[in-house]
Design a protein around this ligand. Structure first.
Ligand code: C2O
Ligand code: CU
Length: 488
């Protein structure tokens, strides 16, 4: 009833309704948002930054007095934030103590296929895997999560996820909020359902789309608020949910400045009042705060997108509460935002050497389900391609490509909306929608080690809505890729 009332009365009343709700339940916005610690690397003689990640099971008190069984990296739940600079040599030592095999994939990272952490780089229980690579891409908010074929949804929703932030010389010079945990906040949004103290993955499970939790949490904090002391606050939004799609905005409808997409900074800051993120996508936004005020990051129903599925995935008819920001009574002044941010390094389609078609059906792509020992396509190192991806039916999907960042050239034959005009590695593909993407495969070539492309609704991915590509030198053929048992 109150929700209906709030809608009837308009957004001003919505705010009142929300604040009334806070005082009556005493539950909403009752916990300070946790900020994942920044991992401290050790440095090898040649300058390589070495991070240690232990995959472990644990117990976390989401609610006081209730211990919930969870998984995490270096702790009970989620993982530390890794951070590196363009040009850095990095190595991550991953120790798996889960009691079952898993992997760790660097979502959004450009790196050799053998280091990618996809389903071919399984880390057996008790084993350690140490991928290494040189960071060679622009500043961006990336993330890491397991990728064991057939079980990714399960591993991620138990708590295995963390952020991987990249900086570069240009981004270090920009007047953007950059004090981690102070005015530059990681915001990993996930949805959960509890059955007593334990996480419940069954109650919210929909056969068509996968798990939809009953409530959201940010960085593993339920009912989160964060006190901020700067006029400008940067939020690095990550949809780390397994199926839910968020359309983020603020309770008072204030606009904000979007500064980055999945793969890094936009060319220019973009004024928005909503940003829509499907699973795996990121956006960096900068919000202006006034002394003493409060505002709430929410996810709104997807007006205008139509399908009943999307409505459900967006949280039904009501907006979902995500995070409250509380401004201190005195705020540190922030410098004005720069008017230019970065030069996009993604191709524009003009030098594409071929176009390929990907039809998203359930459960496969182009009618085929993922097979570990089948290479679906072979691309030549150094070339650009255009990929046309069509959602051929009524269930929402998205599309993620490993190793590359792409440019969205078109959505249904038209110029994409402004929020998609940056470097992307994951794109939402609404029912009966076609997206056209341009990407370049810079290598290195490895005919025997595939990268993945897939729907990032993790249940779909697990069902086999995934394919494999290898990058080869001109004239080279794809090799054999192992059918390593996904359940090793
Ligand atoms: Cu975020 Cu193939 O993954
Ligand atoms: Cu899908």
């Amino acid at each position: 009833v109150s929700a209906v009332l709030a809608v009837l009365l308009g957004s001003g009343a919505l705010w009142l309704y929300t604040s009334a709700d806070v005082s009556t339940t005493g539950d909403r916005f009752s916990r300070e948002l946790a900020i994942p610690p920044l991992a401290k690397p050790t440095v090898e003689a040649d300058g390589t930054k070495v991070f240690d990640l232990t995959m472990q099971s644990g117990q976390k008190e989401f609610t006081a007095g209730k211990k919930t069984r969870t998984w995490g990296f270096n702790g009970d739940h989620l993982g530390p934030t890794l951070r590196a600079q363009r040009g850095d040599k990095v190595k991550v030592r991953i120790r798996n103590t889960l009691g079952e095999a898993s992997t760790v994939h660097w979502h959004g990272m450009h790196l050799p296929a053998k280091m990618d952490g996809g389903p071919h780089q399984m880390v057996a229980s008790g084993a350690t895997w140490s991928p290494r690579w040189t960071v060679d891409q622009p500043a961006a908010s990336l993330w890491y999560h397991p990728h064991p074929h057939g079980r990714t949804e399960k591993h991620v929703q138990r708590g295995l996820a963390g952020m991987f932030l990249l900086d570069d010389d240009a981004s270090n010079r920009l007047a953007l909020p950059r004090e981690y945990g102070i005015n530059d906040l990681p915001v990993m949004v996930q949805d959960v359902t509890f059955d007593g103290a334990e996480l419940d993955f069954d109650r919210g499970f929909l056969r068509d789309t996968g798990f939809l939790g009953e409530r959201t949490m940010v960085n593993g904090t339920l009912n989160p608020y964060r006190t901020v002391s700067d006029e400008l606050v940067r939020l690095r939004l990550l949809n780390a949910s397994t199926a839910r799609i968020y359309d983020f905005g603020f309770s008072d409808d204030r606009s904000f400045t979007m500064v980055a997409t999945d793969g890094g900074l936009l060319e220019k800051p973009l004024r928005q009042d909503r940003v829509k993120l499907s699973p795996g996508e990121r956006a960096e936004i900068v919000v202006r705060m006034k002394p003493g005020e409060r505002t709430e990051l929410r996810s709104f129903p997807h007006g205008g997108y139509g399908s009943a599925w999307e409505k459900r995935l967006a949280g039904g008819d009501d907006s979902l509460s995500v995070l409250q920001l509380r401004a201190a009574n005195t705020l540190r002044p922030s410098p004005a935002l720069p008017s230019e941010l970065a030069t996009l390094e993604v191709p524009d389609g003009s030098d594409s050497v071929r176009e390929r078609y990907f039809g998203l059906t359930t459960p496969g792509i182009n009618g085929r389900e993922m097979k570990m020992d089948r290479v679906d396509l072979t691309v030549t190192r150094g070339t650009a391609e255009t990929w046309v991806v069509r959602n051929e039916h009524g269930t929402p999907h998205n599309f993620h490509v490993h190793d590359v960042q792409f440019r969205v050239l078109e959505v249904n034959g038209k110029e994409p909306p402004p929020q998609l005009r940056g470097a992307k590695d994951t794109v939402y593909v609404a029912p009966n929608t076609t997206v056209k993407l341009a990407m370049r495969f810079d290598g290195p070539a490895d005919p025997n080690s595939p990268y993945m492309y897939h729907c990032h609704l993790l249940y779909h991915e697990d069902l086999g809505m995934m394919g494999q590509f290898v990058v080869v030198e001109k004239g080279q053929k794809a090799g054999t890729v192992g059918a390593r048992d996904a359940h090793a």
